[in-house]
Ligand binder design. Structure first.
Ligand code: SIN
Length: 304
């Protein structure tokens, strides 16, 4: 069989393949460029950026769990202007699409960072799902009216396609996804982390200084697959699925549930080649199953 088509189109942007990075697990890409050519990935989604630098939360802000990690980083970043001046040029050298994840405490903050970054990157990802901050983040993403409001206002300011990143910390993910779609989102990504907690039984104190944090890694995968499936039934937008993807089999599950592309995150902390291995494994699966186009597996799950 000739090589299968691996390219996908997400909101009019052509990616060479369906694999990207989950924001916050890949920095601005430089560290991983020492391991592999970033052009191996369809897109790179970078650490959240705000209009002004943020220090993030106090340490400790990482706690290991049996099948994943909790983080309470708190959107630490050097600010969008710093990124443009010091980081963007390096990533631009690679044949991959660049997604800037944007954050803020108020709608005005989100609009401000959108205006700084837009047209310098290929896509924007609206982070209304970070569980680690008191203002902004998940506070916006768990209320359907606020999701509509912020999506429509940022969309008005944005000149490149807008992906809205959804929180799993809701009872009805389909309702939230539909609000983002009505607000003008061009694509959705899900899931961000699940709010969790660990306690040191010797000190009787939470391990994270922030007390709670976002759980990612293999533990969240079945929740994420279920949510991608539910969102696929509710909206027509392209979906970037993520949450505990470590292998190509995991990625294929997400695509069968309805994801048009997938993001690998926490697995990269264990193996810096995880992203490339997932991409190569998807291609191998297509060859072995005589499937000529990766898009043909999207949404092909058949319910019992
Ligand atoms: C963080 O910086 O706290 C993590 C990012 C996120 O959960 O969106």
């Amino acid at each position: 069989m000739t090589k299968p088509n691996m390219s996908v189109e997400i909101a009019g942007v052509k990616w060479n393949n369906p694999v990207t990075t989950a924001s916050g697990t890949f920095g601005f890409g430089k560290e991983y460029a020492e391991y592999f050519d970033l052009g191996e990935l369809g897109a790179v989604c970078l650490k959240s950026l705000s209009a002004v630098p943020r220090l993030g939360n106090p340490s400790p802000r990482i706690a290991e769990t049996n099948y994943g990690i909790l983080n309470s980083v708190g959107l630490q970043n050097p600010g969008a202007e710093y990124f443009l001046e010091n980081e963007l040029e390096e990533i631009r050298k690679y044949d991959t699409k660049i997604i800037a994840n944007i954050c803020g405490s108020t709608v005005e903050d989100y609009i401000a960072v959108t205006k700084i970054l837009q047209d310098k990157v290929d896509m924007l990802e609206l982070n209304i799902s970070c569980p680690n901050v008191k203002e902004g983040g998940m506070a916006f993403g768990t209320n359907k009216d606020m999701v509509y409001d912020i999506t429509s206002r940022v969309k008005e300011a944005a000149k490149v396609p807008l992906i809205v990143k959804l929180s799993p910390n809701v009872t009805d993910i389909a309702e939230i996804a539909a609000s983002a779609e009505s607000g003008g989102a061009d694509a959705l990504s899900l899931i961000n982390t699940l709010l969790g907690m660990r306690i040191d039984i010797k000190t009787r104190r939470p391990i994270l200084k922030n007390n709670m944090g976002g759980l990612s890694g293999p533990a969240v995968k079945p929740v994420a697959v279920r949510m991608v499936y539910q969102v696929r039934q509710a909206v027509k937008l392209p979906i970037i699925g993520m949450g505990g993807i470590s292998t190509s089999d995991d990625a294929i599950e997400f695509m069968m549930a309805g994801a048009n592309a997938v993001a690998v995150g926490t697995a990269g902390f264990v193996d810096p080649y995880a992203w490339v291995n997932v991409k190569n494994g998807i291609e191998q699966f297509l060859i072995e199953n005589n499937i000529s186009d990766v898009n043909d597996i999207v949404g092909t799950v058949e319910l019992n």
